[in-house]
Design a protein around this ligand. Structure first.
Ligand code: SAH
Ligand code: SF4
Length: 358
């Protein structure tokens, strides 16, 4: 019988499996805070329990396969799972720690970790490498959370440091909602990674019915919508999911989504040369977002081999941004962090597995 992964369970679930239930808290602390390598090292558990756990469970669902560091400081990890399949995650340092003259911390370091939720993806967006490779399987809660746990451990990111999580790696998180929900719970647990749901952003291609379900779960997470086009004709071509859930249904689902009064829904807009980079599109975007507390993130399309789309001109993107800002819509341009290490969705995996060196 193959061993189960103990980090697939939320603390509550574990407390129902292992009695007395406070053992769950102890196990969590050994794994997430003290980074032990085996159940044998969990010194405050009775010997019998340690032996029993060792025979039934493991807690190493991922191994680091490759790490690439970019000149801008971002690091891309390729992880391999027990079945040999691989997924990727990226660590993006957002702010460096500043230490004052007498050794006091003036500015806390801040990080964002971009994680995957599936191996491949069923949605098949025309511009996305992950989508091109098809769908293999969902990640388990343990495989989702281990990406952050390992990256924190490997980079010596202490417990109290600010870490944001974005589900913007490989896969469609809302197509793996039950496991993503558990992962959000484990991330937020003070005895595990202690990352508040308000620091976790779930990015979706717009599965309206699942956005509704996620809203009903009231997890407190932030929502990001990969919009990329303002009319259904273009969006149908770029993102086949639009045929099932068109722009209006996505916007309606967002309007019904519960968000913290101080927060905003993020709309990602991948800018592609001569396709969606014109002011007419910007104008349409402003009207679509009317009535939503939104923030738009313009992303330069990151070309990959074989892609039919092109990177837009900087001026076009800046003009697009100015139009939105001048019409009252918050808008940022995403820095192309990690471009030299192929940081966009699916690109490291593609390069490693196809042995294509750049
Ligand atoms: N499936 C979810 C989350 C993962 S994709 C979603 O689509 O939202 C995360 C982001 O990476 C999406 O906004 C996607 O559009 C973007 N992306 C995909 N391919 C890209 C590329 N070649 N260049 C830049 N961004 C890309
Ligand atoms: Fe899947 Fe997101 Fe890529 Fe579309 S952009 S294929 S939804 S991972």
């Amino acid at each position: 019988m193959s061993k189960l992964c103990i980090t697939d369970y939320t603390k509550e679930e574990l407390g129902n499996i292992i009695r007395p239930s406070f053992r769950a808290k102890q196990i969590y602390e050994w794994i997430y805070k003290k980074h032990v390598k085996s159940f044998e090292d969990m010194k405050n558990l009775p010997k019998d329990l340690r032996t029993e756990l060792e025979t039934k469970y493991h807690f190493q669902p991922l191994k680091i396969s490759t790490v690439e560091e970019s000149i801008d400081g971002s690091k891309k990890y390729l992880f391999s799972m027990l079945d040999g399949k691989t997924v990727e995650s990226v660590l993006l340092p957002m702010k460096k720690e500043k230490i004052g003259k007498s050794g006091e911390v003036i500015t806390q370091a801040k990080y964002t970790v971009c994680i995957s939720s599936q191996v491949g993806c069923k949605i098949g967006c025309a511009f996305c490498l992950t989508g091109k490779s098809g769908f293999l399987r969902n990640l388990t809660p343990a495989e989702i959370t281990a990406q952050v746990a390992i990256i924190k451990r490997e980079n010596g990111i202490r417990e109290n440091r600010r870490v944001n999580i974005v589900f913007m790696g490989m896969g469609e998180p809302l197509d793996n909602l039950e496991n993503v929900k558990k992962a959000v719970n484990i991330f937020s647990d003070p005895d595990a990674l202690a990352i508040s749901p308000r620091r976790q952003t779930i990015s979706t291609s717009g599965l309206s019915s699942q956005i509704k379900k996620l809203g009903e779960m009231n997890l407190g997470v932030l929502l990001a919508i990969s919009l990329h086009a303002v009319d259904d004709e273009l969006r149908d071509k770029l993102m086949p999911i639009n045929k099932a859930y068109n722009i209006k249904s996505v916007i309606d689902a967002v309007k019904a989504f519960p968000i913290d009064a101080r927060k905003k829904v993020m709309f990602e807009y991948l800018v592609m040369k001569d396709l969606n980079d014109d002011i007419k599109s910007a104008k349409k975007l402003v009207s679509l977002l009317n009535g939503i507390k939104a923030k738009v993130n313009l992303i330069f399309f990151n070309p990959h081999s074989g892609s039919e789309f092109k990177r837009p001109e900087v001026k076009k993107v800046v003009d697009f941004q100015s139009y939105l800002i001048n019409h009252g819509v918050l808008c940022t341009i995403r820095e192309s962090k990690g471009l030299d290490i192929s940081a966009a969705c699916g690109q490291l995996k593609d390069r490693k597995e196809n042995n294509e060196h750049s």
